[in-house]
Design a protein around this ligand. Sequence first.
Ligand SMILES: CC(C)(COP(=O)(O)OP(=O)(O)OC[C@H]1O[C@@H](n2cnc3c(N)ncnc32)[C@H](O)[C@@H]1OP(=O)(O)O)[C@@H](O)C(=O)NCCC(=O)NCCS
Length: 205
Amino acid sequence: MGTQRIPGSETARLRHGGGALPLRTGRLILRAPTAADAPAVTALAGTWAIARFTASIPHPLSQQDVQDWIRLAEVRHAEGTGVVLLIGARPADTVMGAMDLRWGGTWPSAEVGYWIGSPFQGRGHASEALAAVIGLAFGPLALEEVFASATPDNAASLRVLAKAGLRPDGRTLVVPAPARGTTWRHDRRALTRAAWTAQTQDTHP
Ligand SMILES: CC(C)(COP(=O)(O)OP(=O)(O)OC[C@H]1O[C@@H](n2cnc3c(N)ncnc32)[C@H](O)[C@@H]1OP(=O)(O)O)[C@@H](O)C(=O)NCCC(=O)NCCS
């Protein structure tokens, strides 16, 4: 999948999540974070159990780090270079995790990342959120590919990606991991629009 500069004709479509936010699924609401979410995000994402599998969550994690992340989300939404979403439980909107899609340097491909706080894991939340975000990517955002990688010992994440249809594509993804002080090289896993369309038709003939 080639990487191109985002054409001006696409920029309006890509801003603010394609105008499709918040996303709602059966159990979840996925919405842009606000400053008021910082305490909940800091508490949930501030554990090593979450940070160790991620490239960019600092550990320890301060409320200032989270406020910076929320401001970065606002910039990405306004520029049309990504979406950053909090995953909340409906109807109360209890914050459970986060998922983001970035395409600033990779358009029309987008890299997905996510975490679910430990108290909320093991109940299909990441899988449900990823299905919705993939629908956003190939629907309103009209992207061509969603890709990701995970450390080889992250069995839960590899399973989430596999269930969503992201398959190893034979390439290696070099991931700067500034919060871990290293660079990761992992198998790249990807889902193209064509494969998603085919699997969606298989599921709903
Ligand atoms: C990865 C993560 C987001 C998964 O969240 P979740 O809401 O628990 O995920 P789901 O419940 O949707 O799916 C998890 C799947 O992994 C499976 N799984 C969990 N732990 C596993 C393990 N140790 N070995 C094998 N499979 C495992 C679950 O059984 C489930 O699969 P199933 O639906 O076929 O039963 C969560 O564990 C997390 O935040 N981890 C830390 C951060 C992280 O890894 N982020 C991703 C970086 S690539």
